[in-house]
Design a protein around this ligand. Structure first.
Ligand SMILES: Cc1ncc(COP(=O)(O)O)c(C=O)c1O
Length: 392
C-alpha cells in the first residue's frame, strides 16, 4: 500500500477516533438527542439506555464489578483532579499526607502542588533508572497521616508499567486509599481494579480510539466504599460526584471504544508491539550513542522512547515533522523547551533529557510506515550529528 503522509506516530498524545466509534456516536447527535436524566419520556429513556450500555462497557474494560462505580468526566485531567482533590477534602480529618511518584503526568503533579499550598504534605517517590518505582520505597513513605497513594499505571513518556497490584496490596494492608492514573493503560493492557486492589482509577476516551472530551473515574463502592467531595456541584448527576448533563454522544463513543479495545487487546497488543520492536531495532542498530528510556520488558506495546546523544530532540522533530508526527517529551510540556522531567527523573543528564524522542504507535500504523519512519530517523540524526561540533 502506498504511504500516506504525514505518518502519525504520536498516539500517546491522542489516538485517532475509530470510524466504528464515530458511527455509533452519530445518531446521538441527531434523532437520539434526549437528556439521559429525563425520566418522563422515550427520548430520555433512549439516551439513558445509551449511557447505561457505555457505563457497563467501561466497567468491564477496567474489571469493575458494578457499573455504578464508573463516574463520567470530561477526561483524564478532570478524573485525576476529582480523585485527588475529592479524597483530600473528604478525608482531611483523617490525615493530610499523600504519596505519589516523581513521574506522574502534569495533572497529578499540579494537583499535588496545589494541595501542598493548601497544607497537605506530598511525598514524591523517585523512580529507578529503569523508570519503575520501588514498592518498598512507597511503603516506607506511608505514615499514620497518609490518606492516599497515587501511582500511575503506565507512563505517558516512557511507557513503563508499574506494579500496581503490589501498590494496591500495600495500600490495603495500611488502610490507605489507592488511586492510579491509568489513562495510558486502559484498553492497551489488561487492567483489573479488583485483582490490582485499585480504589480509584482515571481514564480517558481519546487515548482509546474514542472521542476527546470524555473520561471516567472508577470509584470503589465496596471494601472500602470510597467517598469523594465533588469538584462540580449541581443537579446531583453521577451519584452526586459530578453534576452536569452528560455529553451522551461522547459517552456512547467512549463505550464502543472501550469494547473494541477489550476485544482487540491481545491481537492488537501483539501486532503493535511487533511494529514497535522493529522500529526500535532499526534505530538502535543503525546509530551509535542512542539510549532506550524505560525498562524494555515492562512497557506499553506502542511506546518507544529514545535519547540521541549529541542532537537536540527538537531538531530531530523539525527534521521529520513534514512527514511524520512524533514528539519530544509529552504534549503538555512540549510548549516549553524544558527538558523532560520524566527522563531527568531516570537520572539522565540534561543533555540526554533534551535529546529524547517518543515514538508511539497505534492501531492503524503499518509495517511500511515503521520502515519509513525508522530510515528517515536514521538519516535525520546522522545529518544533524555531522553538523554538530560535539560529535566526531
Ligand atoms: C498519563 C496521563 N494522564 C492524564 C492525561 C490527561 O488526560 P486528558 O487529556 O483526557 O485530560 C494524559 C493525557 O495524555 C495522560 O497521558
Amino acid at each position: 500500500m502506498a504511504l500516506r503522509f504525514p505518518i502519525f506516530m504520536d498516539a500517546q498524545s491522542t489516538t485517532p477516533c475509530d470510524p466504528r466509534v464515530l458511527d455509533a456516536m452519530l445518531p446521538y447527535f441527531t434523532e437520539k438527542f434526549g437528556h439521559p436524566a429525563s425520566r418522563s419520556h422515550s427520548f430520555g429513556w433512549e439516551a439513558e439506555a445509551g449511557v447505561d450500555t457505555a457505563r457497563a462497557r467501561i466497567a468491564r474494560v477496567v474489571g469493575a464489578r458494578d457499573p455504578r462505580e464508573i463516574v463520567f468526566t470530561s477526561g483524564g485531567t478532570e478524573s485525576i483532579n476529582l480523585a485527588l482533590k475529592g479524597v483530600a477534602e473528604m478525608y482531611r480529618e483523617r490525615g493530610n499526607h499523600i504519596v505519589t511518584t516523581a513521574i506522574e503526568q502534569r495533572a497529578g503533579m499540579d494537583v499535588c502542588k496545589r494541595l501542598e499550598r493548601q497544607g497537605f504534605q506530598v511525598t514524591y517517590v523517585p523512580v529507578r533508572p529503569d523508570g519503575l518505582v520501588d514498592v518498598d520505597v512507597i511503603a516506607a513513605a506511608v505514615g499514620d497521616r497518609t490518606i492516599l497513594i497515587s501511582v500511575m499505571l503506565a507512563n505517558n513518556e516512557i511507557g513503563t508499567i508499574q506494579d500496581v497490584a503490589a501498590v494496591g496490596a500495600l495500600a490495603k494492608a495500611r488502610g490507605v486509599l489507592f488511586h492510579t492514573d491509568a489513562t495510558q493503560a486502559v484498553g492497551k493492557i489488561p487492567v483489573d481494579v479488583e485483582a490490582m486492589g485499585i480504589d480509584l482509577l482515571s481514564c480517558t476516551a481519546h487515548l482509546m480510539y474514542g472521542p476527546k472530551g470524555v473520561g471516567a473515574l472508577y470509584v470503589r463502592r465496596k471494601g472500602p466504599r470510597v467517598r469523594l467531595a465533588p469538584l462540580i456541584d449541581g443537579g446531583g448527576h453521577e451519584r452526586g460526584m459530578r453534576s452536569g448533563t452528560l455529553p451522551v454522544p461522547l459517552v456512547v463513543g467512549f463505550g464502543v471504544a472501550a469494547e473494541l479495545c477489550r476485544q482487540l487487546m491481545d491481537e492488537e497488543g501483539a501486532r503493535v508491539g511487533r511494529m514497535r520492536d522493529r522500529l526500535q531495532d532499526i534505530v538502535l542498530s543503525g546509530l551509535d550513542e542512542v539510549f532506550l528510556n524505560g525498562r524494555a520488558d515492562r512497557r506499553l506495546p506502542g511506546n518507544l522512547n529514545i535519547s540521541f546523544a549529541h542532537v537536540e530532540g527538537e531538531s530531530v522533530l523539525m527534521g521529520l515533522n513534514k512527514e511524520t508526527a512524533l514528539s519530544s517529551g509529552s504534549a503538555c510540556t512540549s510548549a516549553t523547551l524544558e527538558p523532560s522531567y520524566v527522563i531527568a527523573a531516570l537520572g539522565a543528564s540534561a543533555e540526554l533529557a533534551h535529546s529524547s524522542i517518543r515514538f508511539s504507535l497505534h492501531r492503524f500504523n503499518t509495517d511500511e510506515e515503521v520502515e519509513y519512519v525508522g530510515q528517515r530517523t536514521l538519516e535525520t540524526v546522522k545529518r544533524l550529528r555531522e553538523m554538530s561540533p560535539l560529535y566526531d
